[in-house]
Write a protein that binds this ligand. Structure first.
Ligand code: KG4
Ligand code: ZN
Length: 347
């Protein structure tokens, strides 16, 4: 099989998505979001998200097939996110995918959603070089990975000891009164602010803690520092310079991520950095990574915005990698894993 054709299905959180990838080519990409139904609660309500997945599953898969001018008979395998994510949401996508696999007799791969976030870069930049470094920045994860051999050997080099970068942004956004998810609002305001207006700490970069954790991250101190500053300004009756707060926060987080990623590239002798996850849509991070990559002679591969947030293309692309590598499909009765570890690429 030269160019495997894989249908990818995604339902870890509030996006129901399906896409078809042939080799490194995206043939169709359909995303339905229940985000608006959650906004007034200030976060994703799992029960609402699960119901939305159940409603959107068949229309999404049907449209992905139709857009690619295909039926299930034309594809070589099905891939579905088996974790990590919300259990009820994963159950809808995985059950639906199992039904499709059963009915069509196609092999099924239960894949790791987070690894999908970096796999998707191959649609734009081609296959991973061997022994490369990857930075994952999603709502729940901030990690540096050493991808020795995609998709066979992936190790965790560093990870967040507390909040993920996306989580930190979402929490500060809530404090500033932005609706969920707050990350994109901080991004927009940051574009008009002064990144050096407020001193925001850069967690685990200095002293003993920095030396002990060169590749780990900590963003809860950043969140607390910004919260304290905003509260004290409010108490003093000052108006909050929202753009400056956002710009200072974004600059601090982007700088830490870019510095540690470049240090990791140096340590692992990698001149490529693969980037992925919802937070890699952040314009301050994208600019900082490209700037640092330029300085350090590292090619930074960041997905186009629509492939940063959750989608089916990332799932299908990782499915293609598994088929190409000759990895056995998942057992017909494989379980979902809402806390699937980053070292496990498929079930
Ligand atoms: O990867 P993702 O879609 O969901 C998970 O798998 O976790 O990531 C969602 C996260 C949210 O925290 C959201 O606020 C953040 O990505 N995000 C952004 C931007 N777009 C999405 N954060 C900052 N700037 C953005 N432009
Ligand atoms: Zn995601």
């Amino acid at each position: 099989m030269s160019e495997p054709i894989v249908l990818g299905i995604e339902s870890t959180c509030d996006e129901t998505a399906a896409a078809i990838v042939r080799g490194r080519e995206l043939l169709s990409n359909v995303v339905a979001s229940s985000m608006e139904e959650h906004a007034r609660y200030g976060g994703v309500i799992p029960e609402i998200a699960s119901r939305a997945h159940a409603e959107a599953f068949v229309p999404c898969v049907s449209k992905a097939l139709a857009d690619a001018n295909m039926t299930l008979a034309d594809i070589d395998a099905i891939a579905v996110s088996a974790g990590p994510g919300l259990a009820g949401c994963l159950a809808v996508g995985v059950s639906g995918a199992k039904a499709l696999a059963w009915a069509s007799g196609k092999p099924l791969y239960g894949i790791n959603h987070v690894i999908g976030h970096i796999a998707v870069t191959q649609l734009q930049f081609g296959a991973f070089p061997p022994d490369t470094l990857a930075l994952i920045v999603s709502g729940g994860h901030t990690s540096l990975l050493h991808v020795e051999d995609m998709p066979r050997k992936i190790d965790v080099v560093g990870t967040t000891l507390d909040d993920a970068a996306g989580e930190c942004f979402d929490k500060v956004a809530r404090l500033l009164g932005f609706p969920y998810p707050g990350g994109p609002h901080i991004d927009r305001h940051a574009q008009h602010g002064d990144p050096h207006a407020i001193r925001v700490p850069q967690g685990l970069t200095q002293g003993k803690a920095g030396a002990a954790h060169p590749y780990d991250f900590s963003f809860s101190g950043v969140k607390t520092a910004v919260a304290r500053w905003v509260e004290s300004e409010q108490a003093a009756g000052h108006e909050i310079p929202v753009d400056d707060v956002c710009a200072s926060l974004a600059d601090s987080v982007a700088t830490v991520l870019a510095r540690k990623a470049m240090r990791g590239c140096e340590q692992y002798d990698s001149n490529t950095l693969i980037v992925g996850g919802g937070f890699s849509a952040n314009s301050q991070l994208r600019a900082k990574l490209l700037e640092y990559g330029d300085k350090h002679g590292v090619e930074v591969r960041i997905p186009q915005i629509k492939l940063c947030t959750d989608n089916g293309a990332m799932v299908a692309m990782l499915g293609v990698n598994l088929v190409e590598a000759g990895v056995a499909p998942s057992a017909p009765d494989f379980a979902i894993d809402s806390a699937m570890p980053l070292t496990k690429v498929s079930m």
